[in-house]
Design a protein around this ligand. Sequence first.
Ligand SMILES: Cc1cc2nc3c(=O)[nH]c(=O)nc-3n(C[C@H](O)[C@H](O)[C@H](O)COP(=O)(O)O)c2cc1C
Length: 155
Amino acid sequence: MSNLIVFSTFGGFSQKLAEMLAEKLPGETILINVKKNPSLTGYDNVILGGAVRAGEIRQGMKNYALKHLEELKNRRIALFVSCLNEDQDMIQQYFKKSFPAELVENAVAMESLGGALNLEETKFPMKIIFKIMKAKNSEKILTDNIDKIAGFFQI
Ligand SMILES: Cc1cc2nc3c(=O)[nH]c(=O)nc-3n(C[C@H](O)[C@H](O)[C@H](O)COP(=O)(O)O)c2cc1C
């Protein structure tokens, strides 16, 4: 059983979450940044996900999914987001905005795996906005949701 995780990240936290998920999946798992436009050939299971910025996963994730849609439809798919929001309705909106509707419908699992905010690494103008909001550095890993996704890929 071979698994591919395609992730997008700005600050690296989504990659960390993807690595934690990879450790729980059966068989061999390869992790590749979406910017590298990885081929899906040879993978039975594909997990797509990444950091939410202003309401959706960016860095070409939707275009990647659209470009590979036919191949993705023939595989077992799960989706994840890394975000700070804990509102389930908002999280569902992130999935709908970030992926083609057919993938959202076909995915065996869709979960937020948590999020992190590092104010030192945040750039202008968001740095100022977060300061006004009195936001604090934070890090949350939703291990139950990592387990939930991994559970769908057990043989
Ligand atoms: C500019 C900016 C915009 C963000 N927008 C959202 C958002 O719309 N919803 C949300 O839940 N989290 C939002 N976040 C939080 C990120 O999704 C969170 O920090 C994520 O874990 C970052 O992952 P990364 O380190 O892989 O980039 C935002 C963070 C930044 C810095």
